[in-house]
Design a protein around this ligand. Structure first.
Ligand SMILES: Nc1ncnc2c1ncn2[C@@H]1O[C@H](COP(=O)(O)OP(=O)(O)OP(=O)(O)O)[C@@H](O)[C@H]1O
Ligand SMILES: [Mg+2]
Length: 269
């Protein structure tokens, strides 16, 4: 067989079709401060996987490791069974074609139109014609429910619309895995619900594996298939939203109580 990167790991403990990303023993310190401390994490293929946890607990750092933007001090990150930790920049760039990223502040280029922003990765990384690109951009805008806004500039859009354009840009390369870092931060409840619906819609229609970092417990319990809580440099509990609500881990219970999720449940009961 001819593997473009490195041969997949044949260890049956790692190779499991159910999980597209498997993290083992990930540790990372910054200037002597340990942020990740032997973190293990399995992310389910084709599902919405959400990572929750307090500010500064290392959620963004974890995601940057998964995207190969930060190298760990030790540990392994298997994507489809292949460890990305020892990869060269060249190999990593190839792997990244599987990834789409939606950043916290959408990160659009203000001097470019919406169409130019969305077309950017296609022009950089493919040999598609202008006509093909126009069609792909129009379809991407349709799928984020913003048809026909090609000629607008980011400054003319609301925060929620900018996030949708950021998502449109992320999906034109047909990624297998979509990463979102706090996609609803700074949005009002209605715009938040719209972005949640869109994450669920894109997950369903494109069949991608979605990895979402969230502060927002209402959003998390609305759309997640699987929720993991990061605390003290590790995932202390992970499962379906229902399983997490039933968690007895003191940090999970505390976090859910403070964010009002458990409180509501108890009032109802
Ligand atoms: N490049 C870096 N250099 C030094 N320290 C860093 C770096 N990146 C992250 N850190 C530190 O790692 C810790 C975790 O940061 P991270 O951004 O992952 O937190 P977070 O869980 O995403 O928090 P928030 O919810 O506020 O976004 C913080 O103490 C942060 O200061
Ligand atoms: Mg963060």
């Amino acid at each position: 067989m001819n593997y473009p990167l490195a041969p997949p790991n044949d260890n049956p403990a790692i190779r499991d079709e159910r999980f597209q990303i498997r993290v083992r023993g990930l540790s990372k310190s910054f200037r002597g401060q340990k942020v990740l401390d032997g973190l293990d994490l399995d992310l389910e293929r084709g599902k919405i996987n959400i990572i929750i946890g307090g500010s500064g607990q290392g959620k963004s750092v974890t995601m940057k490791h998964l995207m190969g933007l930060v190298k760990p001090d030790s540990g392994h990150i298997y994507v489809d069974g292949v460890d990305l930790v020892p990869m060269s920049d060249y190999q990593m760039n190839k792997l990244r074609s599987k990834f789409g990223m939606v950043f916290q502040y959408a990160a659009l280029f203000d001097s470019m139109t919406v169409a130019e922003n969305i077309a950017f990765p296609l022009i950089e990384h493919t040999k598609k014609t202008r006509r093909e690109i126009r069609g792909i951009v129009a379809a991407a805008l349709e799928s984020v429910d913003l048809p026909g806004i090609e000629h607008k500039y980011p400054s003319e859009l609301s925060g929620g619309m900018r996030k949708r354009v950021g998502l449109a840009r992320a999906i034109v390369m047909q990624p297998e895995i979509l990463f979102y870092d706090e996609p609803t931060t700074g949005l009002d409840p209605v715009a938040t619900k719209n972005v949640d619906d869109l994450i669920a819609h894109v997950n369903r229609t494109l069949g991608v594996t979605s990895v979402v970092i969230s502060h927002d417990m209402a959003s998390t319990f609305r759309i997640a298939h699987r929720v993991g809580m990061l605390w003290g440099g590790r995932i202390v509990d992970i499962g379906t939203p229902q399983e997490l609500l039933a968690s007895r881990h003191p940090r999970v219970v505390e976090f859910l109580e403070v964010s009002g999720v458990l409180g509501r449940k108890e009032t109802v009961a």
